[in-house]
Design a binder for this molecule. Structure first.
Ligand SMILES: Cc1cc2nc3c(=O)[nH]c(=O)nc-3n(C[C@H](O)[C@H](O)[C@H](O)COP(=O)(O)O)c2cc1C
Length: 396
């Protein structure tokens, strides 16, 4: 019984056909210049056919030095608009609704030959990269880069803008006291550390007007307990709501590894691990579904009334029902399950119940930035290719 997720949902001015969101998942399918390829258009057309109430694109970089990996989609130049328009048109033709996730990787950028930028010279916790420190002028230019990115997204026909304010990327680096050591107007107090996010939001809102939904993925707390506390983020969500933010998707802020956010083998018990040959799950402690539920509850308990999108280990129709039925969230979002089953939303709408097929083995993540996004355990040739690429000679 999944009546709750089948209800229409509202985000700002938009009515969505159900409460299932395809969470942002980077595709590694653009050209070296960040332009949309035919393959990327086909990929999103397929997702749109799959029936999600809302599709959020993989993160799209607003500035060249904010690129995360090679072959990531860009929105840093007007030359990107035509390809993005083709992608959006393909989604709309299938009855889909799509938001562009605008992002800057900050010190988390991994493009060879590019020294990334960040609020302060703090080595990135995941990759160890030492960034260049942004000047006050650079920061103003980056606020403009997000604004220009929003302008291009609207020119391409996107239905809304989703700001990437989590998972250790630039906006989260400004917000965390561990990565922002500045003593000017952009660092120090919570108000100063939040300034970049608020300025970016205001610039985007000003650009797109009140009728276009603007939502955000927000890092609610750093993984390191000495870092950003959840209370500060709950207050920020309220502040952004006051300024017109249309929905919040909760996640971690600065992390030590991607597995903090993209947790392996969620909801997989022994029997299922064996049936799916997910041997990595055997002998590990059980990973609970919906691991960001406490963040969603904190937002609701903190008095915000904007819609909440809950991502992170949502893996069964019973849990989807429970999450929405309890009022802890308004939408459920999934990333990895849509890689395995692009039509998972349609299946649920048509009566599918139980767990999704994805076992969160994270092979998809291992190839990010090198091979195009796919579920590597769907066919034997892909699985063997994964083994060759990942463990064979010349890997990387
Ligand atoms: C291969 C891969 C790429 C991802 N790319 C993005 C991205 O571009 N933007 C983003 O906000 N999150 C990204 N994520 C994180 C997911 O949106 C999501 O937060 C995480 O996978 C947990 O949700 P899940 O358990 O439903 O997969 C990515 C995850 C994976 C596995």
């Amino acid at each position: 019984m999944v009546a709750t997720v089948l209800q229409e949902g509202r985000i700002g001015t938009l009515v969505l056909k159900n409460r299932i969101v395809r969470a942002a998942t980077s595709e590694t399918m653009a050209s070296a210049e960040g332009l949309v390829s035919d393959r990327l258009v086909a990929f999103y057309e397929d997702l749109a056919r799959g029936g999600a109430g809302l599709i959020i694109t993989g993160h799209i970089y607003v500035d060249r030095r904010g690129q995360y990996t090679p072959f990531q989609t860009g929105i840093h130049d007007d030359a990107c608009i035509a390809g993005l328009r083709r992608l959006v048109d393909a989604v709309h033709a299938q009855g889909g609704t799509i938001f562009a996730e605008l992002a800057h990787a900050g010190s988390q950028g991994t493009v060879p030959g590019v020294t990334p930028v960040a609020p302060s010279v703090v080595a990135n916790a995941i990759f160890g990269t030492e960034p260049d420190e942004l000047t006050a002028d650079d920061i103003e230019q980056l606020v403009m880069a997000f604004r220009q990115g929003a302008r291009r997204a609207i020119a391409a026909g996107f239905d809304g803008i989703h700001l990437h304010g989590g998972n250790g990327y630039l906006i989260s680096q400004f917000r965390s006291p561990l990565t922002n050591l500045r003593n000017d107007a952009w660092g120090g107090s919570a108000e100063n550390r939040n300034r970049f996010f608020i300025r970016v939001y205001e610039a985007v809102r000003d650009e797109v007007g009140d009728d276009v939904p603007v939502t955000a993925r927000i890092g609610m707390a750093d993984v390191d307990p000495a870092g950003l506390p959840v209370e500060e983020s709950v207050a920020l969500v309220r502040e952004l709501e006051r300024r017109g933010l249309d929905a919040v998707e909760v996640t971690y802020n600065v992390m030590n590894t991607y597995r903090d956010n993209i947790r392996p083998y969620v909801g997989v018990r022994f029997g299922r691990a064996l049936r799916h040959l997910a041997f990595g799950a055997v002998g590990r402690p059980y990973v609970e579904e919906a691991y960001y539920r406490p963040f969603a509850q904190a937002v609701k308990a903190g008095g915000a009334s904007l819609p909440v999108i809950l991502v992170g280990g949502v893996r069964s129709t019973a849990m989807m029902d429970e999450l929405i039925g309890s009022g802890d969230t308004d939408f459920v979002a999934m990333a990895r399950p849509f890689i395995r089953e692009p039509d998972i939303a349609r299946q649920i709408v048509e009566g599918r119940v139980g767990p999704v097929d994805c076992v969160s083995c994270n092979l998809c993540l291992m190839h990010e930035g090198r091979q195009s996004l796919r579920c590597w355990r769907r066919t034997w040739p892909d699985l063997l290719r994964h083994v060759r690429l990942h463990y064979g000679p010349g890997r990387g």
